[in-house]
Design a protein around this ligand. Structure first.
Ligand SMILES: Nc1ncnc2c1ncn2[C@@H]1O[C@H](COP(=O)(O)OP(=O)(O)OP(=O)(O)O)[C@@H](O)[C@H]1O
Ligand SMILES: [Mg+2]
Length: 374
């Protein structure tokens, strides 16, 4: 019975918000016209206020419409395999300016994960969570990232904001429930974001966890099943999303004894969608590789390594470990003629420092190209 009542309420809301949107739309148009006609300072500021009120109304309607559609069971899901990075790119575009305006650090860590869900609806979940993270953080920052967790991918949104006290951890998911907005200032939101998130996650059958500490911050984690990379390639081209290509998901080993170089490479290659294992020495490489079941597709080795070893040794030993040839690039900062001869003589692809990302990317794409017999 409660469910029937709920359904009726939702249908009413859906119908009402639809009908109310019409005059609201007109109101917006009239106000814009009025805005062009008035010239006085005080009239302009009144028009500005009308516009701000219209915007709040519009977002209230959007949110109500979302909720009621979800409750009415009329939201269709289109589950497919796609690169998580496409949503991360969107988050970056949509929220970087907002975070910067508040003086917050904002980082979206590149992800090579391929996930299986509805990209549009999952995108709305992330948008709501990131919007909250930014809104309820006054200092520090927000980090969005992902990690693999037992065949699944966990998307994480960290903030250093006001946090949600334990006693409110369920309440905040209720409609219109807000902490710290007793005056119900609409500029501070409506209290519908998490109610929508909860419904979307139910619909998508995804799990949300969160941890929070008052005045310390929160982390929201959404666990999504993994998808298949081949299926996801189709998604990338069909949707015209750039940045997903041959490098996406490729397992690359970076051998360099300089920590800062390793970190830089990790970030850059991660940005391109590679799975990166970066190590400081040959021993470390072999130890780390022994723990993994998959075989690297590419080795990027710095020529000069510690302890009288070279990148050539690294490449040879890694290849010997797998008993097969693996595409490899030697990176060298040496310009002495002898060294150059030696590195060239090794037969491996060679790049000179400083390596331009575009060049590295082009070479990697070339080497990783799927090819037939040759
Ligand atoms: N990351 C967060 N840190 C601290 N508090 C949060 C966070 N996310 C949500 N909250 C609290 O939970 C309440 C409900 O969040 P919800 O997203 O549902 O609504 P809102 O952000 O207030 O408004 P809306 O999302 O509709 O614009 C917020 O008002 C805030 O008090
Ligand atoms: Mg919100």
């Amino acid at each position: 019975e409660a469910e029937a009542a709920n359904r009726a309420k939702s249908q009413f809301l859906a119908a009402a918000s639809h009908d109310l949107r019409q005059p609201l739309h007109a109101l917006g148009l009239f106000t814009a016209t009025l805005g062009e006609k008035v010239s006085g300072q005080s009239e302009r500021s009144i028009v500005g206020n009308i516009n701000a009120s219209i915007e709040s109304l519009e977002s209230l309607f959007d949110a109500l419409l979302d909720i009621s559609k979800l409750d009415a069971g009329i939201v269709q899901t289109a589950v497919q395999d796609f690169p998580l990075q496409t949503l991360f790119d969107q988050v970056q575009t949509d929220f970087a300016a907002q975070a910067a305006a508040k003086g917050l650090r904002f980082k979206v860590a590149p992800s090579s994960a391929v996930v299986r869900s509805d990209p549009v609806l999952l995108g709305r979940v992330l948008a709501n969570l990131v919007s909250n993270a930014i809104r309820y953080t006054q200092k520090g920052g927000v980090v969005v990232g992902s990690r693999r967790a037992g065949g699944q991918t966990r998307i994480e949104i960290w903030d250093s904001g006001s946090g949600i006290p334990e006693e409110y951890r369920n309440k905040v998911f209720e409609e219109f429930y807000q902490l710290g907005n007793p005056e119900r200032d609409r500029k501070k939101g409506l209290g519908l974001g998490l109610a929508i998130v909860r419904r979307l996650l139910d619909l998508l059958a995804l799990k949300l966890d969160f941890r929070s500490k008052a005045d310390r911050g929160s982390v929201f984690k959404v666990t999504v099943p993994s998808g298949e990379i081949d299926a996801a390639r189709g998604f990338a081209s069909a949707s015209g999303v750039p940045g997903v290509d041959i490098l996406s998901g490729k397992f690359v080993v970076v051998v360099d004894d300089e920590r800062s170089v390793r970190d830089g490479m990790q970030a850059l290659l991660g940005q391109w969608g590679c799975q990166v294992l970066s190590v400081g020495s040959i021993d470390e490489a072999i130890q780390a590789l022994a723990k993994r079941s998959d075989t690297p597709e590419l080795v990027l080795a710095d020529y000069r390594l510690r302890g009288n070893t070279t990148g050539i040794d690294a490449i040879r030993i890694i290849q010997a470990h797998y008993g097969k040839e693996i595409a490899s690039v030697l990176i060298t900062g040496d310009t002495a003629p002898d060294r150059l001869r030696e590195t060239r003589g090794s037969g491996y692809q060679l790049l000179h420092k400083p390596v331009r990302p575009a060049k590295l990317r082009a070479l990697m794409s070339h080497l990783l190209q799927p090819r037939g017999h040759h």
